[in-house]
Design a protein around this ligand. Structure first.
Ligand SMILES: Nc1ncnc2c1ncn2[C@@H]1O[C@H](COP(=O)(O)OP(=O)(O)OP(=O)(O)O)[C@@H](O)[C@H]1O
Length: 431
């Protein structure tokens, strides 16, 4: 297998546990594209873990097949197969009698890597997941916090550079703040590594944050909806999915876009030490009522309104009001909204590296952006639904499956591009 992502296909995959009257997983068919993160979300006992564990044959399917890059894994040696598929679970699954380094080295050693290569890989993996190798390499798992154990669990799953990573509620056992950090780390890693990830969770917010696509699973892993987070939020396929998504879909949508994605633009600025008259003239000539005063390092320090400047002759650092809320370009729209709602006049300065001025965001611009995003999501979800219905009623040529899969992928690409260009100037309306 290659070391970047591999496509996974589940075809009519079924698990009937002996003694149970009905199958726990009943005929699941879905395709995960190479390099994609797909999240299985659904109520407890619906068969998410069983479905996941059939991919690396920790559980043997009763019928149906799993193909990785086109190869049916049921014909492979399960031990060898598991070495080529990373697996991270809730309790981190670390061996308590082994050090962090020994845990991470396990699969590379089984795969026959040289001692030197394994040691270098352990260091690399610890750095990748944000743990100092010098400090953590020789510790035993009991001397790690829950979050650190999860990080080591992810490092171990990635150590042999598998194309596929299966994650079963990997962040389920840590507190919400650590969980959010671990999710951010996973997103960062995935931007770099482009593995194919199948991730299981109960938590729809986690699914929305991490998934390129989400499979909402009902009883016996029946697929209630398999689509992008945007489409699921905008257009839940049925009552079961809307029940699962819950209320607040519009607010959740705000977590999916960052200020950076919207092409932030500026507002007028003045520099500490500039003559008041010059600054006043510049603000008068601009289309706005307000500007940002920057300190000598280019960091925003005060908001200056026309009336503030009309009555001051003294230093600019004493005019106007101090900047208290700033957001970075990586802030989500929810975080930006929080910042402008907390500000008494509804705006926030945007900063880049070292707190240097990068733009400004205003309540009106932000609201217009959000409305535009939601409308675009609804429109796309409707179009997608219509396309799916049309394919269902058309006579099916032999390559239908490929065509459908391609169309879903294309939808997402287009969708993101369109949102970005639709909304490119909405946030910068302050400038
Ligand atoms: N070894 C087993 N023998 C018999 N039944 C099992 C076995 N493992 C799981 N099941 C049953 O299969 C169904 C699906 O279980 P599974 O663990 O896959 O669900 P899940 O969606 O991952 O649940 P949770 O979110 O609670 O972890 C459940 O009804 C469970 O009781």
């Amino acid at each position: 297998m290659a070391d970047t992502g591999a496509a996974i296909e589940l075809v009519d995959l079924t698990k009937h546990y002996p003694g149970n009257p009905r199958p726990s997983v009943d005929g699941v068919t879905l395709r995960v594209h190479a390099g994609e993160t797909v999240v299985f979300v659904g109520p407890s006992g619906c068969g998410k873990s069983t479905t996941l564990k059939m991919i690396n044959r920790l559980i043997e399917p009763s019928s149906g097949s799993v193909r990785i890059n086109g190869e049916d894994v049921t014909g492979l040696d399960p031990v060898k197969l598991r070495r080529e598929i990373g697996y991270a679970i809730q309790s981190s699954g670390l061996f308590p009698h082994m050090t962090v380094a020994q845990n991470i080295a396990l699969v590379p050693r089984l795969a026959g890597w040289s001692g030197r290569r394994v040691r270098a890989r352990v260091t690399e993996m610890l750095e990748l997941v944000g743990l100092d190798p010098g400090e953590f390499r020789d510790r035993y798992p009991r001397r790690l916090s829950g979050g650190q154990q999860q990080r080591v669990g992810v490092a171990r799953a990635l150590a042999a550079d598998p194309p596929v990573l299966l994650m079963d509620e990997p962040f389920g056992a840590v507190d919400p703040i650590t969980r959010a950090h671990l999710q951010d780390e996973l997103l960062r890693l995935q931007r770099e590594l482009r593995k194919t990830i199948v991730f299981v969770t109960h938590d729809i917010d986690e699914a929305i944050k991490l998934g390129d696509r989400i499979a909402v699973l009902g009883e016996r892993s029946r697929i209630a909806q398999f689509d992008t987070p945007e489409a699921i939020l905008a257009h839940p396929a049925d009552d079961f999915v809307s029940g699962f998504v819950g209320t607040g879909a519009a607010l959740r949508r705000l977590d999916l876009t960052r200020l950076r994605d919207l092409g932030v633009t500026g507002c007028p600025t003045a520099h500490q030490g500039e003559p008041v008259q010059q600054v006043r003239g510049r603000l008068r000539a601009s289309a706005t009522d307000e500007m940002l005063l920057l300190d000598r390092r280019g960091r925003p320090i005060r908001w200056l309104r026309r009336e503030d400047l009309a009555h001051t002759e003294g230093p600019l650092t004493e005019a106007g009001t101090p900047v208290d809320g700033t957001v970075t370009r990586d802030a989500t729209l929810r975080e930006a909204l929080e910042a402008v709602l907390t500000d008494s006049t509804g705006r926030a300065a945007i900063t880049g590296p070292n707190g240097v001025y990068a733009g400004a965001v205003h309540l009106e611009g932000l609201l217009a952006t959000v409305r535009g995003l939601l409308a675009a999501d609804r429109r796309r979800a409707r179009e997608h639904q219509e396309e799916l219905e049309a394919t269902r009623t058309e006579p099916t040529p032999p390559e239908t499956e490929e065509v459908t899969a391609g169309r879903v992928e294309g939808d997402r690409g287009d969708a993101v591009g369109r949102v970005e260009s639709d909304q490119g100037d909405a946030v910068g309306s302050a400038g």
